[in-house]
Write a protein that binds this ligand. Structure first.
Ligand SMILES: [Zn+2]
Length: 124
């Protein structure tokens, strides 16, 4: 048997056709709907339930007036429970009053300053 020299290492690379670069359109599939979803309605203030800790600008669903909600903060159940736990563990030294000073331990109630309607509540 006649021994043949092995083909050169890059044999396939020389004889295989070069892959043609594919024509990829320069369009991002995620941006296809960007120009079609233009909202023709200009919203001045959102018609959502205010759940922020601070006063929220919105249109009152009851009197249809653009308002800044009036907020009323009350200690939440969590504040009372935290205070009780602090009182029992640390003792009465004033530390149990800390939860009542924290904003995150308050329920925030939003009302309309124009008509007084209840608009929403953010619970701690
Ligand atoms: Zn109102």
């Amino acid at each position: 048997m006649e021994k043949q020299a092995p083909p050169p290492y890059n044999y396939e690379a020389q004889h295989m056709p070069m892959p043609m670069p594919m024509a990829v359109p320069a369009m991002n599939p995620y941006n296809q709907h960007a120009s079609t979803s233009v909202d023709p309605i200009v919203r001045v203030a959102p018609m959502v339930t205010p759940l922020d800790k601070e006063s929220t600008r919105m249109i009152c669903p009851h009197c249809r007036v653009t308002i800044e909600t009036t907020v009323e903060k009350n200690p939440s159940t969590m504040a009372w429970i935290s205070s009780l736990i602090l009182c029992l563990t640390v003792g009465y030294c004033g530390c149990c009053l800390i939860p009542f000073c924290m904003d995150d331990c308050h329920d925030v109630k939003h009302t309309c300053p124009s008509c007084g309607a209840f608009l929403g509540e953010r619970r701690a």
